[in-house]
Design a protein around this ligand. Structure first.
Ligand SMILES: [Cu+2]
Ligand SMILES: [Zn+2]
Length: 180
């Protein structure tokens, strides 16, 4: 398995005024010690002036019996503090209500005993404080707030990666130029 396509559903327990986030993440890892790469493509965030980052993490359980609220805490096989969990992907910023992002050096793996397959991914309402919040929750979950959408890491698909990755790499470059 070297390519996964995850399709996100909004958290069924959210209050009606919260955003309904949908979209997909593609994961690609060519071999066991290769870098995990991903394309994040998510929609449905507010379009206003709230430019706070949105945390994305791998959570412990691939169990959606109570939607995103039954996925447990962060996947933490090595008993580390946040943000050193393998699935702490950090903050993502929206533009016109969307996240479009390519990442090439994620810590998680699709192979071996610590594979994230069978776990879940959660997209949060708020920014990840990256362990700097000076409280217990900061070292567990980054105080990232409500769970907007989630997905079990499980399905597999082909050919999408080669089609999408060049465009995302271009987009990253454009963003960097604009930011400097
Ligand atoms: Cu989380
Ligand atoms: Zn974490």
């Amino acid at each position: 398995i070297n390519l996964l396509k995850l399709v996100f559903q909004p958290n069924a327990n959210l209050d009606s005024e919260k955003p309904r986030v949908t979209g997909q993440i593609l994961f690609q890892q060519a071999y066991r010690n290769g870098k995990l790469q991903a394309i994040f493509s998510l929609d449905g965030f507010p379009t206003g002036t709230n430019l706070s980052g949105r945390a994305i993490h791998v959570h412990q359980y691939g169990n959606l019996w109570n939607s995103c609220d039954s996925t447990g805490g962060h996947y933490n096989p090595f008993k580390e503090n946040h943000p050193r969990h393998p699935g702490d992907f950090g903050n993502f910023y929206t533009r016109e209500g969307k996240i479009r992002r390519y990442r090439s050096n994620l810590m998680a793996t699709l192979f071996g005993p610590y594979t994230i397959i069978g776990r879940s991914i959660v997209i949060h309402e708020q920014e990840d404080d990256l362990g700097k919040g000076n409280n217990k929750a900061s070292l567990e979950n980054g105080n990232a707030g409500k769970r907007l959408a989630c997905c079990v890491i499980g399905t597999c698909d082909k050919n999408l990666w080669e089609k999408q990755v060049p465009e995302f790499k271009k987009r990253n470059k454009r963003c960097k130029i604009k930011d400097t």
